[in-house]
Design a protein around this ligand. Structure first.
Ligand code: ADP
Ligand code: MG
Length: 437
């Protein structure tokens, strides 16, 4: 017995012996244990009335049960309704903060046909972590609300179950931490840390595909958390079957849980998002402006937000009234940024990362097989994803001219044609690059 839930369940079992099931349900169905420390138990229930009953009618039983368990006289505090929020916030200061979660919750997530399923699944998981859909896997293109839903789950669970150990990390954070723990000989700590989580929120797991040691470690982490009955939520920019170099065991695990996709929003949802976002920035947009934005930006909510934010800035900085002309300007700015051409640095970084190398090893002269392969792939991707000339590409590397670059690119082209694994690798790296837009 160690978790607070288990302790509370034991006490509930004792209480249940003495009262009818109806009475038990009435008073305890929504009573949860929030915190236990220093001979004090904190509970939460929905109303002030229920609190009174719990304290006056059951307080002694609860304290007696705690005394039996811990040989210590316990103080009992029962929070009701909204008090939990204040309590969590006051405690939150001493707990590990999750600044990422700020601003992301279910209240400011607009639900429409495109995300209804993913939203419902996220709510179910947030209300019953570890009990319903495990793992929950949310996937879809960039800018459609995956991270928002992931963090909203975390935000709700943190608020309602402040004792939960929660980890939020991105696929590449996991890799970086793992590598760091190996190089500093702290592998055990790394393992212990993640495997003991009550809730693992891992964003953008496409970044771990292809990396063998990371996937191995992730698989074991996944199993420990899953087998302990704790919740895992994952996101990615594509379904598992399209992550060609994802470990089959991880794929199978994901497919055994619930997979929910997010699609581009329809026009009504886009309209609602624009109005909500503007309202949260203190802006009321004329209807023709709302409609114009909703019709112009169709496939990326991040871009919709970008336009609304820009309009707010125009209004503040230039005291402009918002017209269709200013909206067109804002849209042009946002779309230009959105039409993503990766830099050579990003391409080299992602190629290096995939092969577990450092960017400077790719830029340098090392000739090991792995390094040469990563370098050639990065040249191929630079040719395909940017407008750089062969000479420009050669300048990114030590001692490469346009003809060595061309030879490398040809070689990768041939390999892609003859080897499906190679084609998959290049596709994965290129998706990783694009998801950094
Ligand atoms: P993804 O992780 O899928 O790339 P995000 O979750 O980061 O996308 O969403 C991009 C931006 O759009 C965020 O600022 C998010 O708050 C907002 N957003 C996405 N979907 C919605 C929605 N349904 N309602 C309100 N805001 C949304
Ligand atoms: Mg995201």
């Amino acid at each position: 017995m160690n978790s607070i839930e288990e302790i509370w369940q034991q006490i509930l079992d004792i209480i249940a012996r003495d009262i009818t099931p109806t009475a038990y349900n009435t008073w305890f169905s929504d009573c949860k244990a929030v915190d236990i420390s220093d001979c004090k138990l904190v509970l939460h229930t929905s109303s002030d009335f229920k609190r009174g009953i719990i304290v006056n009618r059951f307080g002694n039983t609860i304290r007696a049960a705690l005394y039996d368990l811990f040989s210590c006289d316990f103080e009992l505090e029962v929070l009701a309704g909204d008090e939990l929020l204040d309590y969590t916030q006051s405690q939150g200061k001493s707990r590990s903060p999750y600044p990422e979660m700020e601003g992301y919750n279910f209240d400011n997530f607009v639900v429409g046909p495109s995300n209804k399923f993913a939203h419902a699944a996220a709510i179910a998981v947030a209300n019953n972590p570890g009990k319903v859909y495990n793992p929950l896997f949310i996937y879809g293109n960039s800018g459609l609300g995956k991270t928002h839903l992931l963090l909203a789950i975390g935000e709700r669970i943190l608020r309602e179950r402040p004792q939960f150990k929660i980890a939020y990390l991105k696929g590449d954070d996991f890799t970086n931490e793992l590598i760091h723990s190996i190089s500093t000989g702290t592998g055990e700590e790394f393992r212990g840390k993640y495997r003991s989580m009550d809730l693992l929120l891992m964003d953008d797991i496409q970044f771990i595909s292809g990396k063998i040691s990371t996937q191995e470690e992730f698989f074991h982490t996944f199993n420990s958390i899953y087998e302990a009955g704790h919740q895992i939520v994952l996101t990615a920019d594509r379904p598992p079957r399209e992550m060609a170099t994802l470990d089959d065991r991880i794929r199978t695990r994901i497919e055994g849980g619930l997979m929910a996709d997010v699609q581009p929003p329809d026009i009504e949802t886009r309209t609602a998002i624009i109005i909500n976002k503007a309202a949260s920035l203190g802006l009321v947009l004329p209807k023709d402006v709302v409609d114009f934005i909703a019709e112009s930006i169709t496939s990326n909510i991040r871009q919709i937000e970008g336009v609304v934010k820009r309009l707010t800035a125009y209004k503040e900085i230039m005291n402009d009234s918002i017209t269709i002309a200013s909206v067109k300007r804002a849209i042009k700015d946002v779309i230009r940024v959105g039409n993503y051409i990766p830099t050579p640095e990003v391409i080299i970084e992602e190629s290096a990362r995939y092969y577990s190398l450092q960017p400077n090893e790719l830029r340098g002269q090392r000739r090991s097989k792995n390094t040469a392969m990563a370098r050639q792939v990065s040249m191929y991707l630079m040719r395909n994803l940017t407008n750089l000339s062969l000479v420009d590409i050669g300048n990114q590397y030590e001692g490469r001219n346009h003809s060595t670059v061309l030879a490398s690119i040809r070689k990768v082209e041939d390999m892609i044609k003859s080897d499906p694994d190679m084609a998959a690798t290049v596709r994965d790296i290129s998706s990783n690059i694009n998801s950094r837009s």
